[in-house]
Design a protein around this ligand. Sequence first.
Ligand code: G6P
Length: 610
Amino acid sequence: MCGIVGYIGYREAYPILISGLKRLEYRGYDSAGIALMNGDLSVYKKKGKVAELERFVGEQSPHASIGMGHTRWATHGEPNDVNSHPHLSDSGTFAIIHNGIIENYSVLKSKLISFGFKFRSETDTEVLAHLIEYIYKQGDLSPEEAVRMALTEVVGAYGIVVMCKDEPDKLIAARKSSPIVIGIGEGEYIIASDATPIVAYTKDVIYLNDEEMAILTRNSHTIKTIGNVIRTPLLTTIEWEMEQLEKGGYDHFMLKEIMEQPRSIGETLRGRIRPDDKAAWLGGLVDVQDQLRDAKRFVLIACGTSWHAGLVGEYLFEEFARVPVEVEYASEFRYRNPIIGPGDVVIAISQSGETADTLAAVKIAKDAGAVVLGLCNVVGSSIARETHAGVYTHAGPEIGVASTKAFTSQVTTLTLMAAFIAQLRGTDTPRTREAVLGLLAIPEKVRKILALNDQIVQIAELFKDATNFLYLGRGVNFPVALEGALKLKEISYIHAEGYPAAEMKHGPIALIDENMPVVFIAPQDETYDKIVSNVDQVVSRRGRVIAVVSEGDEVIRELAEFVIEIPHVHASLTPLLAAIPLQLLAYHIAVMRGCDVDQPRNLAKSVTVE
Ligand code: G6P
């Protein structure tokens, strides 16, 4: 939610900020703006995507070697030019960009209005700009002290960068619950919401912790707490390469990321399976082995696609490790006084590691005495750092807003975790060990499914004008039905619902007629015969069936209008294969409908507000 970038150094800031904003655009794309320090504070902002801002700035190509930029996902105030960031303080002394929400903004706003401050926008952020200026003008304070004092009055979440006309060779940044990464170059620094705008310049970074601020000049950085204690920051190296952040010849990041899955799943598995004894090995969990062995219960918390991965995890943990599992939406968990405590192991699943609700749930679970593990993709992210231990998915950067390769890497990791916990608890069996070994063949099997792309394009062509879709699956593939429906609705704007196939009889069957495409996930597992009956029930009501089936399935081929074949695999691993054709189907339908696949309307990849 909102991307922020700042630059101080010796190069032209404008192109660095614009290319940084393009990398961060997945975080929000309602409007964009930049501020440059060139004698004065020059601010340019525009409703719409970063390309609109570029057009607006035009050929002027403003010169400055210090500046900051913002791409917005609106929370307070509609997306328009005025509400865009950066925001200036009343007299124009300070400029600020902000990711997060100032929760007590209305109290502060009334106070500032009573002091004579004039507000131009409807945003919570402008309140902070004025508050900083108010404090600055009250006493003999430096700009950074004014920022620090203002932040002590703020309730809510913020990742901010501030510039002050009176100290033009300085950038001030701070964070609480919204990420800030600082890239350290030679004679330059680049600040951003994540590492993607930074990699081109340096791989040495500092991740700000909550309630820390950074004061940057061209050649120095000081990190201190909002409570005014100087901190020695931890220097980290970014692992990502530039090529991973490019489309690599594909039309969209989403397609690139779908096609990358043989490699990304391979990365998730690397070094984590011992083929000789078919055992899973997760180094990140070694320190909590005892707690995993003795846990009374596992609680998986997540949002969106990551929650669907958690549902797959529930089946796998219960089957492999024979331990009770609950899967919770983080946003529900955190607000309903959950019964959680010592003996519980909570696993927070999050691609970005920054989702506000998941992060808040992590803190609640930790405070309640649970062991909290992170299952994240982004190394060094807030959830990865807040948890007691964890496992990275290593899927590489995911830029498309609709999650694809992150999902299959999460499911792969959960399969490894389930097996690892089963080994610790002594519940592993030859069957679970076969599943572990089966994982090694998944990348090749995914490659085979990706080769069906042309067939899926043809199916997409026939169904692109549908207004509704139903996705049905059973057992471990019920969450895949949910995920297939989510992919379609979020990028094509077609209404789609996922349902357990048997549960269809209790409602959705009323919707079935010749206009209703029904996607079945029906590999040959223990529920296969039951799902064949469900296919029959849909066909006899003239529903149009597209079925994802195991190779060579002749029974469903007879019934369905279309079948998409996936290779045979251990039943517990079918979600890893079945998800792939559903991603491709959603992608092609969305492209055919002219939708903005990588940046669907109203969505953002990293939801850092509640
Ligand atoms: C947003 C994204 C989804 C993602 C969800 C959770 O809604 O658009 O793709 O699944 O957030 O994000 P996380 O980073 O926590 O996995």
